[in-house]
Design a protein around this ligand. Structure first.
Ligand code: FS2
Ligand code: SF4
Length: 538
């Protein structure tokens, strides 16, 4: 195996024995083959000039295939094998209607699990020999994985975009094309970011149409004395189904990690059985699931491989999967039956309280626009000197304490704009407010980084600036997995410069590719808290 797609890549270069995330060699290799077969479908679609709108389920399966390989989403080898078989079936059907010279990804055959495993070892990341081409191909592929996740959530709420599918095929096929130069791939990388913006906008529209605009909310972090289910991940459609099915059963629902922002939506706030949020970012789940006592539903990543009895308390759905845990499949109408989770909850003790109090959030674009006058006045009067976009991910590495320290040390006339699970590093600190504006404005999940971009563009308009980079906004982003990669590419495509990315730069950036990003976009890593604050405030 060789995988270097996330921030925790072993030794800062790549996992080659077992993933730091817990992904084993079998799953890692199978995920490589899954991506390869997905690229094979794209090769046929592009060479055949197929009509994307008429591809129906194929479009959905391509999203799902990309999503299943995101860090911490699916650890189940049988689920990955089944997805590969499904890919090969639709790939072969499509190939029968197209006359062209195809890439091996579009034609290879595997008849048994053993032949699948044998093929998988030859199609991984290292199969591309030139390290710069490899770096760019992977950067594009990870960006596509990130937005595929967002597009799938939007699709679950009935919203899709044919252009997005078309670009997905174009970009996947391009990563197989040896004729493309590094310059071509750099251009395609930025284009991937443009489609990332579209995917995030699509999901924003899907979420807000279904559940209303997130609003300023105080989220309880204590517990009640009822049996309960913890829901993690990002899929709001699953959230709705769970709340509906638990209503009136005496079983409470708590959000975990990236599901926290569900508490900001008017439609979800109306459920009496939604109690609040339990715990912190994904990587603390071992201890927090033990004290939660009840079953846990993962709608997406981030799963930390559970051990012992916890495996049976974990349920997965959508792209998520873990061997030994029960996977809940949607029926042909997209409906899911969560009754076995509810029944299990009734037999287990209520959650043990681990903290009390509230988290304040709900500052997606509509809520911030509602406060626009106040915000603009505070900037004009100098009460707010600078905004810090600190969106992204959290992770288990010790060096992420930097973000807690950074938030604590920031001058009191600054405001943090956040989204994603990165917020858990500082969203419970008493950072106060500026004239009633909280110093940490949480827009929501990682995909709600879109809101932060919309807010920046609005401020640019209000202040009549020519360039988004003239705003008093600094970007100090923490990344972990591939959704943060698409957030980064989206910001680059919007022209944002001088983004600091930490706690370490991606292992998949070759020195030359890193240099292009540094020279063209001013991308930088992080230093010490004091040095960085000085630099940002200068
Ligand atoms: Fe955090 Fe994990 Fe949001 Fe990522 S819970 S790192 O999935 O996409 O963020
Ligand atoms: Fe390693 Fe990250 Fe890949 Fe897991 S996803 S195998 S931790 S690089």
């Amino acid at each position: 195996m060789f995988c270097y797609q996330c921030q925790e890549a072993a030794k800062g270069t790549g996992c080659d024995v077992i993933g730091v995330c817990g992904k084993d060699e079998e799953v890692s290799n199978l995920q490589d083959l899954l991506i390869y077969s997905t690229k094979g479908i794209a090769d046929i679609v592009v060479k055949g000039g197929l009509d994307i709108a008429s591809l129906g389920k194929t479009n959905e399966i391509v999203l799902d295939s990309l999503f299943k390989t995101i860090t911490n989403a699916n650890f189940d080898p049988e689920a990955i094998r089944a997805q590969i078989r499904q890919n090969l079936e639709i790939r072969d059907d499509l190939r029968n209607v197209v006359e062209a010279e195809f890439h091996d990804a579009a034609t290879f055959t595997v008849s048994t699990d053993a032949s699948m495993d044998a093929k998988a070892v030859s199609v991984g990341v290292l199969a591309t020999e030139n390290e710069d081409v490899r770096s760019l191909r992977e950067l594009i592929t990870y960006g596509l994985k990130g937005y595929a996740a967002y597009a799938q959530h939007a699709l679950n709420l009935g919203k899709e975009d044919t252009d997005l599918y078309a670009f997905t095929y174009e970009a996947l096929a391009a990563t197989l094309d040896d004729a493309l130069t590094a310059d071509d791939l750099v251009a395609l990388t930025i284009k991937t970011g443009e489609y990332g913006v579209k995917a995030m906008a699509l999901l924003d529209a899907a979420n807000t149409t279904a559940y209303g605009n997130p609003e300023l909310s105080k989220v309880n972090i204590g517990v009640r004395n009822n049996p309960a289910i913890l829901i993690s991940g990002h899929d709001l459609n699953d959230m709705e189904m769970l709340l509906e099915q638990t209503k009136g059963t005496g079983v409470d629902v708590y959000t975990h990690s990236e599901m926290l922002p569900a508490n900001y939506y008017p439609k979800f706030k109306a459920y009496e059985n939604l109690v609040g949020n339990y715990g912190n970012a994904w990587w603390k789940q071992k201890e927090e699931f033990a004290s939660f006592n009840g079953p846990i539903l993962f709608t997406t990543n981030c799963i930390v491989p559970p051990k012992g009895e916890t495996v049976k308390r974990i349920f997965t759905t959508g792209a998520a999967g873990f061997p030994g845990s029960t996977h809940i499949q949607a029926d042909e109408n997209g409906q899911k039956d969560f009754s076995q989770i509810i029944e299990m909850a009734k037999t287990l003790p209520s959650p043990t309280e681990i903290e009390t109090g509230e988290i304040v959030g709900g500052f997606a674009h509509a809520q911030v626009f509602a406060l626009a006058d106040k915000v603009v006045d505070a900037v004009k009067s100098g009460a707010i000197k600078k905004f810090f976009v600190m969106a992204g991910c959290d992770g288990r590495m010790k060096d992420r304490d930097y973000y807690t320290e950074f938030a604590k040390e920031l001058p009191k006339d600054t405001v943090i704009l956040t989204a994603g699970c990165a917020k858990y590093r500082y969203n419970k600190l008493p950072l106060g407010d500026i004239g009633g504006i909280p110093r940490v404005l949480d827009a929501g999940q990682c995909n709600d980084s879109y809101s932060l971009a919309v807010i920046a563009l609005k401020l640019k308009e209000i202040f009549e600036l020519n360039d988004i980079n003239e705003l008093p906004i600094a970007y100090n982003i923490a990344w972990y997995e591939q959704k943060a990669v698409i957030v980064l590419l989206a910001l680059l495509s919007l022209g944002v410069k001088n983004i600091h990315l930490g706690p370490t730069l991606p292992a998949f950036l070759s020195p030359n590719v890193a240099k292009v990003l540094i020279d063209t976009f001013g991308i930088a890593g992080i230093g010490t808290v004091d040095e960085d604050i000085k630099l940002f405030m200068a």
